[in-house]
Design a protein around this ligand. Structure first.
Ligand code: NJP
Length: 256
C-alpha cells in the first residue's frame, strides 16, 4: 500500500513542526506548509525523503489553491496554522489584528478544507484534525480576538462533522492548553521577556506532547472518531489559572 499522505499547515515551528516529524516517523508521507519556507526546507531535509514542503499562507485563498494543487492525494489534513496577536481588552481592540486572527485561525481551516476535501474523500479514509485551543470553549480576559476566533474554529469543526456524516472522513479537534512554542513570542510581537515570563515557575506542554495527541487521534482505526481531545499541562487548570512554583524551583522539561 502506498504511504498515507498528511498535509500539515503551520509546520515551520512549534506543534506543526513536531507533528510533521512524528507523522513522518510513524509512516506518513508529509507535505509541510507555512510562510517561512527556509524553515520548512530545513525541517524537510531533517525528515528526509518522506517530506515535501511548499510556501503556504492559509489566510490567502490564492496561496492555498497553489499549495493544494501540488498535493495529488491526501488522507490526513492537520489544520495547525494559527495563533494569537496582542493582549488588549475588547475596549481597545485592534481590529486589524482581530481580522488577521480570524483569517488565519478560522478562514484558514475553511480554505484548506474546501481545497482538500475532494482528495480526502477520494482516499476513502480521510481525516481532518484541527488544532483548536482551550480558548475555544473557555473564555479569558484580554484575548477577545483569539478567544472569538478559536470559538469559531470549533464551530466550523462541529458543523463539518454534521455535514460529513455518512462520508468516509473523520473530523477531530485537539485543544491544547499552554505549549512552549513561538506562540507567546508572536503574540507579544517578539518581546522575549514577556514570552518567557508566560512559562515562569510552571511546566508547559512541549510541541511533541501535542504532536503525540495528533498521531494518536490519526492512528485510531477508521471507524473510531475522536471528536475532541483537551490536553493541558498539569500546572494549568483554566486558561488563566496556572500553578507557579517559586523562582528557584526546577521548572525544566527534564522529565519529558
Ligand atoms: O505556535 P508557533 P504553536 N499561513 O507560533 C504558522 C494553537 N495553540 O505551534 O507562516 C500559514 O510556534 C506559522 O508559520 P509561518 C495555535 O493557536 C497553541 O503553538 O512560517 N501558516 C507557524 O508555523 C495554533 O493554531 C497554544 O509564520 C501560518 C505556526 O503557524 C497552533 O496551536 C495553545 C500562518 C505557529 O507556530 C500552533 O501554534 C493553544 C498563515 N497565515 C493553542 N500564520 C500554545 N502554544 O500555548 C501562522 O491553546 N502560521
Amino acid at each position: 500500500m502506498a504511504d498515507r499522505v498528511a498535509v500539515i499547515t503551520g509546520a515551520s515551528s512549534g506543534i506543526g513542526a513536531a507533528t510533521g516529524q512524528l507523522l513522518a516517523e510513524s509512516g506518513y508521507e508529509v507535505v509541510l506548509g507555512a510562510r517561512r519556507v527556509e524553515r520548512l526546507e530545513a525541517l524537510a531535509a531533517q525528515i528526509g525523503p518522506r517530506a515535501r514542503c511548499y510556501e503556504l499562507d492559509v489566510s490567502d485563498p490564492a496561496s492555498v489553491e497553489r499549495f493544494c494543487l501540488k498535493v495529488p492525494a491526501c488522507q490526513l489534513l492537520v489544520n495547525n496554522a494559527g495563533g494569537a496577536l496582542g493582549d488588549e481588552p475588547i475596549s481597545s481592540a485592534d481590529l486589524a489584528s482581530w481580522r488577521q486572527m480570524y483569517d488565519t485561525n478560522v478562514l484558514g481551516i475553511v480554505h484548506m478544507t474546501k481545497q482538500l476535501l475532494p482528495k480526502l474523500l477520494a482516499s476513502a479514509d480521510g481525516h481532518i484534525v484541527t488544532i483548536g485551543s482551550v480558548a475555544g470553549f473557555d473564555p479569558y480576559p484580554n484575548s477577545g480576538g483569539y478567544v472569538a476566533a478559536k470559538h469559531a474554529a470549533r464551530a466550523v469543526m462541529d458543523v463539518l462533522r454534521l455535514e460529513l456524516l455518512g462520508q468516509p472522513i473523520r473530523v477531530s479537534e485537539i485543544d491544547p492548553g499552554m505549549v512552549h512554542t513561538e506562540f507567546s513570542l508572536v503574540r507579544f510581537a517578539g518581546d522575549e521577556e514577556r514570552a518567557t515570563a508566560m512559562y515562569a515557575g510552571m511546566t508547559p506542554l512541549s510541541p511533541l506532547d501535542v504532536a503525540e495527541c495528533v498521531a494518536f487521534v490519526a492512528n485510531r482505526p477508521s471507524h473510531v472518531d475522536i471528536d475532541r481531545l483537551v490536553v493541558r499541562p498539569r500546572d494549568q487548570a483554566r486558561p488563566t489559572l496556572v500553578h507557579r512554583r517559586p523562582a528557584d524551583a526546577d521548572v525544566s522539561l527534564a522529565d519529558r
